[in-house]
Design a binder for this molecule. Structure first.
Ligand SMILES: *Cc1c(COP(=O)(O)O)cnc(C)c1O
Length: 359
């Protein structure tokens, strides 16, 4: 028998979440964000499942070219644009759109004479202070782009820092609206949190990522409350059972000490598979669909589930690490991280099976 750990990717869930995202902004075009190997779900398989998206966004040129080679004809946006002007040849060859977010990058672009026009998403820094032109430089950048012979379509873009928090988006929207007033061009603003929570951000384009994978964009909301379905379920089985007497310790460092007789199911999944190393005792886990907790410090290849109250559980009993029945967000919170990191941190040794695909 192969190692029982597997990541199941549900195409029907991906399609469902896409339709749900669309229903929130029916007037907008939808750019599906599939960076980081589609948040760990597999770039090409997710692109296939989300083929109805109006456009895709990725980080790397390699990913964009792989999408073109697989036959995807939609606009594809490079989220950080190009890093060196030599990349522009391939960008033009594959008709990729680029984010321009920095003035040196803009200058380098304007010095080139591409064989075909390039679509540019010109990013404005409205307060996140990560990427984007300063407000004072934006109108000038638009003017310079518009007289450049290489420009295809221009889109005005920004990104929100607190769309999933109490501070919301209005403080950034005020900046965006003021700086772009009178500039006649399509806009692209909303990530998942903004799309779900801030209707005023739904404009010509929306750019959801995490919600397409079935994760609620703010941690207080359960995905099911938004009717999102998990696209990835990570599951395994118990491969050994240990019985601890009161006072006995478990695992590396012996960090867990049994206070009472404790039955432990050793599960075939560890940090070598991408399960978060900092998930301590008490992280939720499903054993045969029943919610229990992990115990102690996990290792590279295995972790421990408390099956004291599950006498029927033993070697071979199925376990869900996250996904169907257990939102990744809950495991992430226990580990002091976010669901994004769990999903895109699945390692190469985890076999993937696809379900509900269409031929
Ligand atoms: C990653 C990313 C998104 C998608 O964000 P989610 O929170 O996953 O919806 C949108 N826009 C930009 C610029 C991004 O980098």
């Amino acid at each position: 028998m192969p190692r029982p750990l597997v990541a199941r990717i549900d195409h029907a869930a991906l399609r469902h979440n896409l339709a749900l995202a669309r229903s929130l902004a029916p007037q907008s075009k939808l750019m599906a964000v599939i960076k980081a190997d589609a948040y760990g779900h597999g770039l090409l398989r997710v692109a296939r499942a989300l083929a109805a998206a109006d456009a895709f966004a990725v980080l790397t040129l390699d990913d964009a070219v792989a999408l073109r080679d697989a036959g995807h004809r939609q606009p594809i946006l490079l989220l950080q644009g190009f890093y060196e002007a030599v990349e522009l040849g391939e960008i033009v060859d594959h008709q990729l759109a680029i984010v321009v977010h920095e003035v040196g990058q803009l200058n380098a672009l304007l010095e080139t004479r591409p064989r075909r026009p390039i679509d540019v998403h010109l990013k404005l820094n409205t307060g996140m202070n990560r990427l984007g032109l300063p407000a004072a430089d934006y109108a000038d950048a638009v003017s310079r782009l518009r007289v450049w012979s290489g420009l295809g379509e221009l889109t005005l873009m920004t990104h929100f820092a607190t769309a999933d928090e109490a501070a919301g988006v209005d403080w950034q929207m005020r900046c965006f609206d003021a700086i772009t007033a009178g500039l006649d061009a399509p806009r692209s603003l909303a990530n998942s949190a903004a799309l779900v929570r801030h209707p005023q951000t739904r404009c010509e384009w929306v750019r959801p990522g995490i919600m397409l994978y079935g994760v609620a964009p703010n941690v207080e909301t359960a995905p099911a409350d938004l009717d999102l379905r998990p696209a990835m379920t990570l599951s395994s089985r118990i491969i050994s059972v240990q019985t601890l007497a009161a006072g006995e310790r478990l695992g590396y460092g012996g960090t867990f000490v049994a206070e009472q007789p404790t039955r432990v199911g050793v599960v075939a999944c560890g940090y070598g598979d991408g399960y978060p190393r900092h998930a301590g005792t008490g992280t939720p886990i499903l054993v045969e669909g029943v919610r229990t907790r992990t115990l102690g410090r996990l290792s590279m290849d295995s972790l421990y589930a408390d099956i004291t109250d599950l006498p029927q559980a033993g070697v071979g009993t199925p376990v869900t690490l996250w996904g169907e029945g257990l939102p990744a967000q809950e495991v992430a919170t226990s580990a002091g991280t976010v669901a994004y990191q769990l999903l895109c941190g699945i390692t190469r040794r985890v076999p993937v099976v696809e379900v509900n695909g269409v031929a």
